[in-house]
Design a binder for this molecule. Structure first.
Ligand code: ARG
Ligand code: MN
Ligand code: MN
Length: 300
């Protein structure tokens, strides 16, 4: 990471998820010691903003098949503004979710500065569904369809946004739970995907090096989108949509340590921490540790 200034952007939004609780994520990460870690690394916290987000109690009763689209749209616009401002200020944007639908706003804000943004997406899921094809209607499963311009609601509807992201600069790490339509999309657009099978076969080091090559090819910035459910639920039980067979503790740390050592990651978001399903703040503490690894913390 080149910048020594970090901007924390908290997005307490959970209406895009399958079950409530992700809106408690940002505060939980702060309570778990995030700012102390940032200070220990000698980084300057240039700002800490909290994006105002609607919650279930403010939202009208949802009767549509696609859930809380208006709320996601509103939050996306606000996140876009904050992320864009952080980049303009020369800070490293660190977005704290919230469910993964907050990525729509993050990517919108980033593309307003980076014309060819690379994206590394750590997740058990592909988040490539469209409004028509989603089986659940949950917007956190549609963020990348919005960023690629495949869904009806997409980045182009957000004021101040840049271009859609390019599928050739998008890469997945940790996939293991895909809907049929998502599999078709990955094949149709040739999106580079390192599934858990590939990690078993090649090892996490080789996977991360190749992922970086894909995201970095011709790009002017690389965003890391980190869904905590990429981890095995034994490591990270506090998530909304856990899937067995994920990354273990050292694989996740090593991946982020490797990314940090290249100095090429220009922004990060960490999403889907859900304290309601956590035990003793374990998942939030792990989230803080992983952010520290990405920001340059080393063992020795
Ligand atoms: N960001 C996430 N945790 N996404 C989970 C998505 C699960 C499923 N594919 C869906 O569309 O509903
Ligand atoms: Mn996700
Ligand atoms: Mn996921």
């Amino acid at each position: 990471m080149e910048q020594r200034q970090v901007a924390i952007i908290k997005v307490p939004f959970g209406l895009g998820g399958a079950r409530g609780g992700a809106e408690l994520g940002p505060d939980e990460l702060i309570t778990a010691g995030l700012k102390r870690e940032i200070a220990r690394l000698g980084l300057v916290l240039s700002e800490e903003v909290r994006v105002e987000c609607p919650s279930v109690s403010d939202a009208p009763i949802e009767r549509n098949r696609v859930k809380y689209l208006d709320e996601v749209r509103q939050v996306s616009e606000r996140v876009c503004t904050e992320v864009s401002r952080a980049v303009a200020d020369g800070s490293f944007p660190l977005v704290l979710g919230g469910d993964h639908s907050v990525a729509i706003g993050t990517l919108a804000g980033l593309t307003s500065h980076y014309s060819n943004l690379g994206v590394i997406w750590f997740d058990a899921h592909a988040d490539l569904n469209t409004e028509e094809r989603s089986l659940s209607g949950n917007m956190h499963g549609m963020s990348l369809a919005a960023a690629l311009g495949h869904s009806a609601f997409n980045l182009s509807h957000i004021p101040g946004v840049g271009p859609f992201i390019n599928p050739s600069n998008l890469v997945y790490v940790g996939l293991r739970d895909l809907d049929e339509y998502e599999k078709e999309q990955i094949r149709a657009h040739g999106i580079k995907s390192f599934t858990m099978h590939d990690i078993d076969r090649m090892g996490i080091q080789c996977v991360v090096e190749q992922a970086l090559a894909v995201a970095g090819k011709g790009s002017d910035g690389i965003h890391l989108s980190f869904d905590m459910d990429c981890l095995d639920p034994r490591e990270a039980p506090g998530v909304g949509t856990p899937v067995p067979g994920g990354l273990n503790y050292r694989e996740a740390h090593f991946a982020l340590e490797l990314l940090a050592s290249t100095n090429r990651i220009t922004s990060m978001e960490l999403v889907e921490v859900n304290p309601l399903f956590d035990h003793n703040r374990h998942t939030a503490r792990l989230g803080v540790e992983l952010i520290a690894s990405l920001l340059g913390k080393r063992i020795l």
